[in-house]
Design a protein around this ligand. Structure first.
Ligand code: HEM
Length: 294
């Protein structure tokens, strides 16, 4: 039995940091993978840090070809939606996602990771995140209501036993800036129609509009995923880091197409108030695969 990276399922952490790297020399990808796999996190019961390590899918295929899931690809080209809506492709080579209870520990660990990788890779994108009102995103809505329970999450998020990449996961990381002034100018009832859920308690609307966010990402249609979204940013400039894990890339990519209006001609109404700034897919290998790299 293979073991997934535990940080995927480590809920309840209020501080997060996403570090994206590009390799300095693509020919040295195996050496880089071995350095990144050797990262050691502090294991204390009160102040530890969780790590999740991911690789650009094509890079992972070069590193351990027999452990690479078939046909998983990076976010290599922009998604051109209807009405000039674009989701930009900003794929990088590797991701280290740190999470913990306090930002001080993450800060020190992030510095040490960047330092340890500096001879082999450059930090190209850094985002830090923090929890807002327990379980809300910065639209003010509860985020994660339709997530699976922790018993079901591994089934939705992980490649099954017996296939290349077993217990690994396909991660979509996408930073969305909120158009705060326009969103907050809307009456709550309209925000609820856009989301497809009520604002105080996240009850699904009975007649949710076809272009509501939950209609455009309906998991009964596209398949089930496990989301770990977090707020990011400052008072003036902020939004949501979408962090979605899936056993199959198609579920995530079809949701993006659907939000962009490419599935049924209806663009997700939430995309009129939020704007994607980045987009990358990473393969998050099992612990057993990472161990083979050391
Ligand atoms: C600005 C970015 C986003 C925000 C603020 C946001 C927020 C939300 C909220 C508040 C809900 C309703 C409660 C819940 O079930 O969690 C929701 C549902 C959902 N979102 Fe998002 N989301 C964003 C982007 C995305 C993206 C990019 C995807 C997919 C690639 C996605 C996939 C989903 C799914 C699958 C659901 C549950 C749908 C169902 O009811 O089956 N979201 N989101």
């Amino acid at each position: 039995m293979y073991t997934p990276q535990a940080g995927i399922f480590a809920l309840g952490t209020s501080s997060h940091a996403y570090l994206e790297f590009d390799l300095l020399d693509a020919a040295k990808c195996k050496q880089f993978a071995s350095t990144i796999a050797s990262i050691r996190e502090p294991r204390t019961t009160t102040g530890g840090v969780n790590f999740v390590i991911g690789f650009r899918p094509e890079l992972w295929r070069k590193i351990l070809p027999d452990d690479a899931p078939a046909a998983v690809e990076g976010f290599n080209k922009n998604i051109q939606g209807i009405e000039d809506f674009v989701m930009p492709a900003t794929q990088h080579d590797a991701l280290v996602w740190l999470s913990g209870s306090g930002y001080d520990v993450l800060f020190d660990m992030a510095r040490s990771v960047i330092h340890d990788l500096a001879a082999q890779a450059t930090l190209v994108e850094e985002t830090s995140s923090w929890a807002y009102r327990h379980n809300r995103d910065l639209t003010g809505f509860i985020d994660g209501s339709e997530n699976p329970t922790l018993l079901d999450a591994p089934l939705d998020a992980l490649l099954p036993e017996g296939v290349p990449g077993a217990a690994g996961s396909v991660l979509l990381l996408q930073k969305w800036k909120h158009n705060v002034a326009e969103w907050e100018a809307l009456p709550v009832a309209q925000q609820e129609r856009i989301m497809g859920r009520t604002k105080p308690d996240s009850t699904e609307l009975e007649n949710k509009p076809e272009d509501s966010h939950v209609a455009r990402t309906d998991q009964d249609e596209f398949g089930h995923i496990f989301r770990r979204n977090m707020p990011y940013g400052n008072v003036e400039d902020h939004g949501t880091v979408f962090v979605g894990f899936s056993a199959e890339q198609k579920r995530l990519s079809r949701m993006l197409d659907s939000m962009a209006g490419l599935v049924n001609g209806q663009r997700d109404a939430l995309t009129r108030y939020t704007q994607p700034l980045t987009g990358s897919y990473y393969f998050v290998p099992s612990v057993d695969s990472l161990r083979r790299l050391q």
